[in-house]
Ligand binder design. Structure first.
Ligand code: FNR
Length: 394
């Protein structure tokens, strides 16, 4: 359909599902075990391309337990949703969360996201397992001052990780997001089934899509564990608070954000470690099934340790699909929110124009929501504007 008929992020996902290959659909939509954190139910044995699992994920559904308490009679004719993330200007309080292998969905892959995000002044976090190299993605920027963040999977060998850090520093990347929730490959059964279903047709495509990252890929692990297994095989499973964060602090001056915080305790440890930001994330439900929906973790952090928000920037990702989701997270103290799958779907369906389109949709939804909430600026989004209910409304 023409782009003007796409009104919501769900519309975009529906179009993407109809154009993506079986394997790409499986990889993008897959999550751990019974898909509870991500999808709220087990995957069918024969995964259908029209399956709507990801639309009803627990990450998504959890947002529906938070209701607004709008305030009225506040001048809102001029609402400004712009903000900054780690000091970098952003037209909306959102960023692109790293997702691997964008080329599975479209030949220009991550470069579509770079271009679309750049045109709208949104920051992209680039995956360690992108289908293009960090240099190729940097070259796709719409201007030399477009900020990019880099998501780091730390390799077991410090020297290999350091080489990658040096590479992205030299390319002008603006921050390191260290992913800490992928010390083992997520058990993605939908993903595991895909090769059996389309073994022959897809083999050729798979060869073209080997990630460009410098780390040697573990072929044996890939064949046993599916796409996720191959991509996480070199990841350091012995990272610790004592060793790894000080190591990263020593080797780079770039801001450091820990991606994959899932408890109040770890958020406190991260703030004490002096990192510049934390990203509360369960990897889109792709790692440990029954990991807590991220808006619930944010809510608990706000209630139990409001001091953390003064020490470090706090972000969340997972299940953000509407302007209201973004506003709820901001009211609860998030500086910005990340979106993963929606950007993959948008670039798969319409290239960089699709990416621009979903940002415009979110811009309209956020502006509309701010007005009706009585919040003219981002600073007006305060905890008193939301209330958590203990029933599941939908
Ligand atoms: C991811 N995610 C991810 N995270 C990361 O740190 N490095 C990576 O390479 C990837 N790769 C990846 C691939 C795909 C296909 C998906 C869907 C996700 C996780 C991602 O950064 C983010 O945490 C989630 O996608 C957020 O959830 P939503 O927005 O997809 O619901």
């Amino acid at each position: 359909p023409p782009l003007k008929r796409i009104l919501t992020l769900q519309d975009m996902e529906d179009v993407a599902r109809s154009v993506l290959s079986y394997k790409a659909n499986a990889y993008y939509s897959s999550a751990a075990d019974d898909l509870i954190s991500a999808c709220g139910s087990a995957p069918p044995l024969i995964f259908s391309l029209t399956s709507q699992h990801s639309a009803h994920s627990e990450n998504v559904r959890a947002f529906s337990r938070f209701f607004f308490r709008p305030r009225v009679l506040r001048a809102v004719s001029h609402c400004d949703p712009s903000t900054s993330i780690l000091g970098y200007k952003s037209s909306l309080p959102i960023f692109v969360s790293a997702s691997a292998l964008a080329k599975l969905g479209h030949p220009l892959g991550e470069a579509n996201i770079t271009k679309g995000a750049g045109r709208c002044n949104i920051i992209q976090m680039v995956s360690s397992n992108s289908s293009f190299s960090p240099a190729e993605i940097a070259a796709a920027r719409v201007s030399p001052d477009q900020a990019l963040f880099f998501q780091l999977y730390k390799h077991t060998k410090d020297a290999l990780a350091l080489k990658l850090v040096r590479e992205v520093e030299a390319l002008g990347y603006s921050a390191i997001f260290l992913t800490v929730d992928a010390v083992a490959a997520g058990n993605r059964e939908r993903d595991l089934k895909a090769p059996w279903v389309l073994e022959d047709q897809e083999r050729e495509l798979e060869d073209q899509l080997r990630p460009m990252v410098e780390y040697p890929q573990d072929e044996a692990a890939a064949s046993v564990l599916g796409t996720a297994g191959g991509l996480t095989a070199g990841n350091d499973a012995d990272m610790t608070w004592e060793k790894t964060i000080p190591w990263l602090r020593r080797v780079t001056k770039l801001p450091i954000v820990i991606k994959g915080i899932q408890s109040v305790e770890d958020a406190v440890l991260a703030a004490e470690a002096g990192v510049d930001g934390i990203l509360i994330s369960n990897h889109g439900g792709r790692q440990l099934d029954y990991s807590m929906p991220t808006i619930e973790v944010l809510y608990r952090l706000r209630q139990q340790r409001p001091d953390v928000f003064r020490k470090t920037e706090v972000y969340i990702d997972g299940g953000v699909r509407r302007g209201t989701d973004i506003l709820k997270a901001l009211c609860l103290g998030a500086k910005a929110v990340g979106l993963g799958r929606p950007f993959l779907y948008a670039q798969s369906a319409y290239g960089d124009s699709g990416v621009v389109k979903i940002i415009k949709i979110l811009e309209r939804e956020v502006g509309h929501g701010m007005r009706l909430l009585g919040a003219a600026t981002i600073n007006d989004l305060v905890p008193e504007l939301v209330e958590r209910v203990d029933w599941q409304p939908i």
